[in-house]
Ligand binder design. Structure first.
Ligand SMILES: Cc1cc2nc3c(=O)[nH]c(=O)nc-3n(C[C@H](O)[C@H](O)[C@H](O)COP(=O)(O)O)c2cc1C
Length: 377
């Protein structure tokens, strides 16, 4: 498979997806420090909690905001809180997706602790679930206890190579029912049925367009776009646009946040088309429905989702969450209702994650802040 750099004009929830051609720009013009957290030192930190968290910060999370604040308590506990400035009020008004991104974080921490023979007990929202939005109270209290009976997780090995693969998938390569079932592994639902997938695809694309054309919603993404290697290294989060073409367009003044935000600009139009092409290439779908929409449900969704993402990685499949139709603002309600109807979610049930899976090009890791940035005294 060709190695495709993350040479895109946007790709995380929204934005442009302008894949770079052969680079005439020097190869060194790529982020230098932004992906260092993915290079895990083979000598782990002595404190198992730090070992757990250096893996946890590699978790998938909405818009790569990495809102995780870690307070180490005594010798064997940690409190996890949300950095309230890193939420997404326009597209995630009730911090639902942000909370799912704490579930992914906690699950990777648990796996890494188990690898060291340590059980990680999780007390979700020990001071109560925060509604309608998260607040200063902890999202979880984690306790680490050496336990010879703890079972190692085979998915642990795939943490460093897991990605959200936002590229178009190869539609000539079907995902077999058996493979999709392995990704879902009874923790998620799936479909490889072309007709059914087609009807969901329409709702996904409708919601995507609604978000792109809503200045406040799309503006939230634009403000998080980091253009070129310098910006990505300075702020290794949000939506990273890197690669030869990006650097070239930026250098000649043809790429900035103002143009990206302007629906009349060429970059916006090209980006929208490419984003639609990626979101529209759906060989198979996986989704997670929770019985309710409690904070505990959201955390559990994140844990399930990252395991499915790791299983996809282990099977050589790309996986890409598409959340626009699951969001809770009025303009997208019709698509939200349609998706819930199609996926059979009734009553208090809530579709929390919807992702396409398929064969895509290899992609490089997304940026991460170093672990130290998350630790609070
Ligand atoms: C709850 C949740 C919702 C997400 N929604 C989207 C989405 O709508 N579109 C998208 O491109 N990526 C989505 N993502 C993927 C993130 O953008 C991605 O995890 C982040 O950029 C980090 O990249 P990585 O997963 O490759 O490490 C979502 C992830 C989570 C956990």
């Amino acid at each position: 498979m060709p190695m495709n750099r993350r040479t895109v004009l946007a790709a995380a929830g929204t934005g442009l997806a302008l894949v770079s051609g052969a680079g005439f720009w020097r190869v060194t013009r790529v982020p230098q420090t932004a992906t260092l957290p993915w290079r895990l030192d083979p000598t782990p930190p002595a404190d198992v909690r730090l070992d757990a968290f250096r893996h946890a910060i590699l978790a998938p999370n909405p818009h790569n905001r990495q809102p995780w604040l870690i307070q180490l308590m005594g010798k064997d506990e940690a409190l996890i809180r949300c950095d309230l400035n890193k939420r997404l009020p326009e597209t995630d008004p009730f911090d639902r997706q942000i909370t799912i991104g704490f579930g992914t974080f906690i699950e990777l921490a648990r796996m890494a602790a188990a690898e060291r023979g340590v059980r990680m007990d999780i007390i979700p929202f020990p001071e109560g679930e925060a509604f309608p939005r998260l607040d200063d109270r902890p999202v979880a209290r984690l306790k680490f206890t050496p336990d010879p009976m703890v079972i190692k997780d085979m998915l642990f090995a795939h943490i460093p190579t897991r990605r959200s693969n936002k590229e178009p998938y190869d539609l000539s390569r079907a995902v077999s029912e058996d493979l999709a079932a392995q990704v879902a592994d009874r923790e998620a639902a799936f479909s490889v049925d072309a007709k059914f997938v087609g009807s969901l695809r329409a709702a996904v694309l409708d919601a995507l367009l609604i978000e792109q054309m809503a200045p406040l919603k799309y503006g939230e993404s634009v403000n998080l776009i980091r253009i070129g290697h310098t910006e990505v290294d300075a702020n290794p989060d949000g939506i990273d646009l890197v690669g030869a073409q990006i650097e070239a367009l930026k250098a000649i003044g043809m790429l900035d946040r103002t143009q990206l935000a302007d629906p009349k600009s060429q970059s916006f139009q090209i980006g929208l088309e490419q984003l639609q092409a990626a979101y529209g290439s759906i060989p198979a779908l996986v989704w997670i429905t929770s019985p309710d929409n409690s904070r505990a449900d959201q955390l559990e969704t994140g844990r399930r989702y990252v395991r499915a993402n790791l299983r996809a990685t282990s099977l050589g499949l790309g996986m890409h969450p598409m959340s626009q139709s699951l969001q809770e603002y009025p303009a997208v309600k019709t698509a939200f209702d349609r998706i819930h109807r199609l996926l059979g979610a009734t009553g208090t049930q809530r579709v929390q994650m919807l992702a396409r899976i398929g064969y895509g090009p290899l992609v490089t890791p997304s940026p991460r802040w170093p672990l130290e940035k998350h630790i609070r005294s």
